[in-house]
Design a binder for this molecule. Structure first.
Ligand code: TYD
Length: 333
């Protein structure tokens, strides 16, 4: 089975590559990634010489490169995305290029080369803020940030290709994930690093915004199960039901890092900040048979431990010095 992962050098993609190589002996993986700020080949340095793995540098917005890399694979999993809401507020264009145009290029290549399956990785943020109850797969899209709008547009494109061209596309909407290798701009890795380094953590607004959390390993298992058992043309929410205000996450992180009240700094709220996300993932559980296995307590403790032991990785992310590593290791590939 030859699998193309776009964005395989990022947080979710690199976790999935590790997962697939661990789980399957005769898998062949192509990682297509442009190594933008969040794509980091040191995430994969332990498996870079595995004969089942190949890296191709390229951007999903480049239709020719996408066409070439898609040809001949059995499955495409589209992880390539700009994902950070705060960045999308400052500079939306990259989100349009990568998230919308990238998905379009992949869909076109999958159509042309008659690839048996494509899984589009997306987010619960397309449903917008859910003040009460839960969003299910039939809920209306109400994106409220340039990031979620770009993902919603890509998802609509995927659904329309599934209907119009009878294409084998499956869409997933996941809640917030966390774990090792997440770029230290998102809540959990940013706060963890700040706390470990004796700095304060910037809590937006009153810190009572609610997010639903999934550990990366549980997410990998969900994508694997959906790719195997999900129905073509369908959408699946991937959620744990574990929902907490940001302040609760902050306090758990403070406990794990031994920090006190002085670590909290309330700062100006994010513009258009979605107050609450909550997804219903019954469809995934009943149809595909997936359940999360890792509790938030265990996942968070593992994550903090990983960041505590991988300072060098964080420093390389912050300074961009992993690019030099990339030049040394991959220049001839
Ligand atoms: P984030 O990790 O950016 O994910 P998303 O916005 O996609 O859910 O943020 C998670 C929550 O944490 C969100 O409600 C915003 C909040 N947050 C802060 O309070 N301070 C921060 O510095 C960051 C990055 C996020």
């Amino acid at each position: 089975m030859k699998i193309l992962l776009t964005g395989g050098a990022g947080f979710m993609g690199s976790n999935m590559i590790h997962y697939l190589l661990r789980e399957y002996k005769d898998v062949e993986i192509v990682n297509f990634d442009d190594l933008t700020y969040a794509g980091n080949l040191t995430n994969l340095s332990d498996i870079q010489d595995d004969p089942r793995y190949r890296f191709v540098k390229g951007n999903v917005a480049d239709s020719k490169a996408v066409d070439a890399v898609v040809k001949g694979v059995d499955l495409v999993i589209n992880y390539a995305a700009e994902t950070h809401v705060d960045r999308s507020i400052l500079e939306p264009k990259a989100f349009i290029d990568t998230n919308i145009y990238g998905a379009y290029n992949l869909l076109e290549a999958v159509r042309k080369h008659k690839i048996p399956k494509m899984v589009q990785i997306s987010t619960d943020e397309v449903y917008g803020a859910v003040m009460e109850g839960e969003s299910d797969e039939e809920s209306k899209f109400e994106p409220r940030s340039p990031y979620s709008a770009s993902k919603a547009a890509a998802d609509h494109l995927c659904s329309s290709y599934a209907v119009t061209y009878d294409m084998p596309v499956i869409i997933t909407h996941s809640c917030n994930f966390y774990g090792p290798y997440q770029f230290p701009e998102k809540l959990i890795p940013l706060f963890t690093m700040n706390l470990l380094e004796g700095k304060t953590v910037p809590v937006y607004g009153d810190g009572q915004q609610i997010r639903e959390w999934i550990f990366t390993e549980d997410h990998c298992r969900a994508i694997d199960a959906i790719a195997q058992k999900g129905r073509l043309g369908e959408t699946y929410n991937i959620g744990t039901g574990f929902r907490v205000p940001n302040m609760d996450v902050t306090r758990k992180l403070m406990e794990l890092t031994g920090r006190g009240e002085d670590a909290i700094e309330y700062v100006k709220d994010r513009p258009g900040h979605d107050r609450r996300y909550a997804i219903n993932s019954n469809k995934l559980r009943t149809e595909v048979g997936w359940e999360p296995k890792i509790s938030f307590e265990d996942g968070l403790a593992q994550t903090v431990e990983w960041y505590r032991s991988n300072h060098q990785w964080v420093d390389a992310c912050r300074t961009g010095s992993y690019k030099d590593y990339y030049k040394q290791q991959y220049v001839d590939r």
